[in-house]
Design a protein around this ligand. Sequence first.
Ligand code: HEM
Length: 137
Amino acid sequence: MIAALASGSTIVRLSLHVLGASVWLGGQLVVAGLLPTLRSMGEDAPRKVAAAFGRLSWPAYWLLVITGFWNYAAVHGSTQSTSWNVVFMVKMLCVVVAGVGALAHTRARTPQLRGMFAGVGALATMAAMVLGVALAG
Ligand code: HEM
């Protein structure tokens, strides 16, 4: 079978969605990986970097939500199969857990809770990404 190229609007829509995912998820993984180095740079360094990352990651999250609804409309989600819609609903749950986890992470008072919420948020985001790939087919 010869694969057709995506249309211009599909390229814009999915590129923006994937851009949001790369900043939101990729940024979390990179910041987590840099944490030991940041700690060695001073007590304040992780907090300052986390605050700076928040100024990038939350716009990326809202970009995901906006382009996500655009995706749903473009692929006429309501006319897709039951299994597609079940995966979509599970993905929406993951997106909510990802957002709430990240918010709880920034508000947590102890390092243990901060770590736990960061982990929950990152895992939910990874699940949302994998489910998104499944939805795209
Ligand atoms: C944590 C947030 C999210 C992540 C990491 C994420 C990730 C992804 C990825 C990687 C894809 C595959 C894109 C491709 O084909 O190259 C995708 C597709 C999709 N996403 Fe998301 N997404 C997120 C949030 C959302 C939200 C909030 C919605 C809906 C409101 C949504 C709806 C969709 C739909 C419908 C598709 C399939 C698009 C198509 O087939 O053209 N996503 N997502």
